[in-house]
Design a protein around this ligand. Structure first.
Ligand code: G6P
Length: 389
């Protein structure tokens, strides 16, 4: 391998298998790769969507599943680590709803050391930006030879996981250099929306109208993401309530909770502030005892079906004098009465809104880390691809 290979090559274990592009990614005027990659998301969304929506249907050249095959699956596992694991939580909800099949999302480092139920009626989906994470690869190897069908979602061409799975969907988000994943995460979300619809399409269980609405919304994402990214002037002020905290909580319900989990992870890994996410209702069961004026709360309240429920918890913590930052949809007038700061995201078909709601949380993590003088692209003790066990 030549020294002029794609930067990704130095990050992965199985170097020989990685296709080299001879191009070393540059920051292109951005202060850090993380910021550049956050701003590359509209293009990354387009790449992930490219050619995959045709005449109102989802098309995957890489997949040739028959209706018989999809009908056979009576359980689906989604297996991943870190940010990729967070992306799988969305697919669980969608696959269960669209396909009517039981879905479990599993942390690869746990899954591989237990005895999961696997047979020819199982579909196992492995999500990995690098395609080289040791535990995800270990889990894939455990599933192989069980009769289950394996499908990988990866971002690095030629990675080990993409090669060893029966099927692979390539994200095409472009090289991600910063350790904290941003554009790969949102591309994983989009890919899993597409995959959920595709499988339901093949099975014949996806209502046309619902599919149409989601596909239209997915194509609106790049432009609406631009609108959020254009508001960078908000953050220097917003982070004032966060940057000196030692600990904070992210809350939300269902999809908003999954976004909260990702927001907490981003903040933790880039700024070294202790951050935990809770299902908004669950915070009352113990954790509320340590919610004080010293622990800011970030509330994600974008899902209409659970908005009132999350608002209720926001009111409760605001009453304790806690600094609250909320992410809501444009047009919301209620949250600002309770939260200290509110970030508005453009309205979009509700099921797709998480892809937008996470962008302010990525920016929050980035600007907080910069304000705290952290090594944003290469946080201490972390690596881009964890290839050792
Ligand atoms: C490391 C990275 C994370 C990533 C995780 C899984 O911990 O720092 O950003 O989410 O590995 O990586 P993968 O390449 O499998 O998505």
């Amino acid at each position: 391998m030549s020294g002029s290979c794609d930067y990704r090559c130095s990050k992965v274990k199985n170097k020989q298998k990685v296709q080299c592009t001879a191009e070393v990614p540059k920051k292109d005027g951005f202060a850090h790769f993380m910021l550049k990659e956050i701003y590359e998301q509209p293009q990354a969304f387009q790449k992930t969507l490219q050619g995959r929506i045709q005449q109102g249907k989802v098309k995957f050249e890489e997949l040739n599943f028959t209706q018989e095959q999809v009908k056979k699956w009576d359980k689906i596992y989604i297996i991943a680590c870190g940010t990729a694991y967070h992306s799988g939580l969305f697919a669980k909800s969608m696959l269960e709803e669209f396909l009517g099949v039981f879905v479990e999302v599993e942390i690869a480092s746990e899954f591989r050391y237990r005895n999961p139920l696997l047979d020819e009626k199982t579909l196992a989906i492995f999500v990995s930006q690098s395609g080289e994470t040791a535990d995800t690869l270990g889990a894939l190897r455990k599933v192989k030879n069980s009769g289950a069908t394996t499908l990988a979602i990866t971002n690095v061409v030629g990675s080990t996981i993409s090669q060893e799975a029966d099927y692979n969907l390539y994200l095409g988000a472009g090289p991600e250099i910063a350790v904290a994943s941003t554009k790969a995460y949102t591309s994983m979300l989009i890919m899993q929306y597409l995959l959920s619809i595709y499988l339901a399409q093949v099975k014949g269980t996806m209502p046309e109208q619902k599919k149409e609405k989601i596909l239209i919304a997915l194509q609106e994402l790049p432009e609406k993401a631009q609108q959020i990214l254009a508001q960078k002037e908000l953050y220097p002020e917003i982070i004032q309530g966060i940057k000196n905290a030692q600990s904070l909580f992210f809350i939300g319900r269902v999809f908003d909770y999954y976004i909260a989990m990702e927001g907490a992870l981003k903040l933790k890994e880039t700024s070294y502030i202790h951050a935990e996410a809770y299902g908004a209702g669950e915070i009352k069961h113990g954790t509320m005892a340590i919610v004080t004026e010293e622990t800011p709360v970030v509330a994600v309240a974008v899902q209409k079906s659970v908005y009132e429920k999350t608002l209720h918890i926001v009111k409760e913590v605001a009453d304790k004098g806690v600094f609250v930052l909320a992410v809501v949809e444009e047009g919301d007038t209620e949250m600002q009465k309770w939260a200290n700061k509110v970030i508005y995201i453009p309205q979009i078909e509700n099921i797709v809104s998480p892809v937008l709601a996470v962008l302010p949380l990525q920016l929050l993590a980035y600007y907080t880390a910069v304000a705290r003088g952290c090594n944003v692209d290469q946080p201490r003790n972390l690596t881009k691809a964890v290839t050792t066990e």
